[in-house]
Design a binder for this molecule. Structure first.
Ligand SMILES: Nc1ncnc2c1ncn2[C@@H]1O[C@H](COP(=O)(O)OP(=O)(O)OP(=O)(O)O)[C@@H](O)[C@H]1O
Length: 265
C-alpha cells in the first residue's frame, strides 16, 4: 500500500500550520518525518488519519482518495498510533486491543476465535500478554503506549501511521517496538524525534520546518551536520557506525565549542 500526497495545506482558522506539503511513501517503505517542535509533524499525520481536515491538496492511499474516505473503510487500510491517546473510559487492556478488530466487523458482531487469536498475538508481540486483564488507566505511560501499539497491530492493516511511537518507552521497548514494526514488512509513516532511531529504522526522511518540507531524501543524505544545524540549530558529529553501517549522531554541546571548531571530537 502506498501514499501520495500533493500540496497539502492546513490552517487553524487564519493560522497557517501546513504549507504545500507533498510527500510519498512507497509500498513497504518505512518513511520518517523529522523536524523541530511545532514544525507540523503531528498535524500532517492527523490530516492523513482523518483527525484534521486539510483545506488544500490531495492524498491518495493506493488509488483511494484518503481525504474523502469514510472512517471505517480508512481504518481497514490504515492503523494509527497517535501521540496523545485519549482513552477516557475505564477499559481492560484486552478490551482496548480488541477495538482494533472493530473496523473489520459489523455492529454487534462478537469476537471470533480468529479475533481472539489476533488480539492475544498483538499483546504478546508488545510484551503485554500477561497484563491482558489489567485496567488500562492503571498502567504506566510506557505500558499504555505498548497497548495502543497492540491495538494498531490487531487492526491488521497494510499501512501504519506512528506519531512518536517510542515516547514513554525505555530503550529496550523502543528497540523492540521499532524492530517489530520493521518486521511487519508493511508501509510505515512515522514522526520520530530521535534522529538516531530514525537513522536505524527509516528508509527515507522528510524534514519539516515551519510547516513546510525543508528537505527529503535517503537517511544519510538528510542527517548531515549541516542540515542538523540548519534545522535544529545544534552542532553534531555524524559518522557511519561500524556495526550498524547507519549514520550515528553525537550532539555537541556549547561547552565543547572549541573542540567542535577544531573538528577533533
Ligand atoms: N488547536 C490548535 N490551535 C492552534 N494551533 C495549534 C493547535 N494545535 C497545534 N497547533 C500549532 O500547530 C503547530 C504544529 O503543531 P504540531 O503538533 O503538528 O507540531 P509537531 O511538529 O508535531 O511538534 P512536536 O515535535 O512538539 O510534537 C504548532 O505551532 C502548534 O502550536
Amino acid at each position: 500500500m502506498k501514499l501520495k500526497a500533493e500540496s497539502v495545506g492546513f490552517s487553524y482558522s487564519d493560522k497557517i500550520i501546513l504549507n504545500d506539503i507533498s510527500l510519498d511513501v512507497k509500498n513497504k517503505e518505512f518513511v520518517g518525518i523529522i523536524g523541530p517542535n511545532g514544525s507540523g509533524k503531528s498535524t500532517i499525520l492527523k490530516n492523513f488519519y482523518g483527525a484534521l481536515k486539510a483545506n488544500k491538496g490531495v492524498a491518495y492511499l493506493d488509488d483511494d482518495d484518503l481525504f474523502c474516505m469514510k472512517a471505517n473503510s480508512r481504518a481497514t487500510k490504515l492503523a494509527v498510533v497517535g501521540q496523545e491517546d485519549s482513552v477516557t473510559f475505564d477499559f481492560k487492556v484486552e478490551e482496548i486491543v480488541s477495538m482494533g478488530r472493530n473496523p473489520h466487523k459489523k455492529l454487534f458482531d462478537g469476537a471470533t476465535s480468529i479475533d481472539k487469536n489476533i488480539i492475544h498475538n498483538a499483546l504478546r508481540q508488545v510484551g503485554m500478554d500477561t497484563m491482558a486483564k489489567r485496567q488500562f488507566r492503571n498502567l504506566s505511560g510506557g505500558e499504555k503506549q505498548r497497548v495502543i501499539i497492540a491495538r494498531a497491530l490487531a487492526q491488521k492493516t497494510d499501512f501504519l501511521i506512528l506519531d512518536e511511537p517510542t515516547n514513554h518507552l525505555d530503550i529496550s521497548y523502543q528497540l523492540q517496538v521499532l524492530d517489530l514494526v520493521k518486521s511487519l514488512n508493511i508501509t510505515v509513516l512515522a514522526a520520530i524525534h530521535d534522529l538516531n532511531m530514525a537513522s536505524l529504522y527509516c528508509d527515507r526522511l522528510y524534514v519539516l520546518k515551519n510547516g513546510s518540507v525543508y528537505s527529503s531524501g535517503l537517511v544519510h543524505e538528510i542527517l548531515t551536520p549541516e542540515l542538523i544545524y540548519e534545522v535544529y540549530g545544534v552542532y553534531a558529529d555524524v559518522r557511519v557506525h561500524p556495526i550498524t553501517q547507519k549514520v550515528m549522531i553525537t550532539y555537541l554541546p556549547n561547552n565543547l565549542k572549541q573542540l567542535r571548531e577544531e573538528k577533533v571530537v
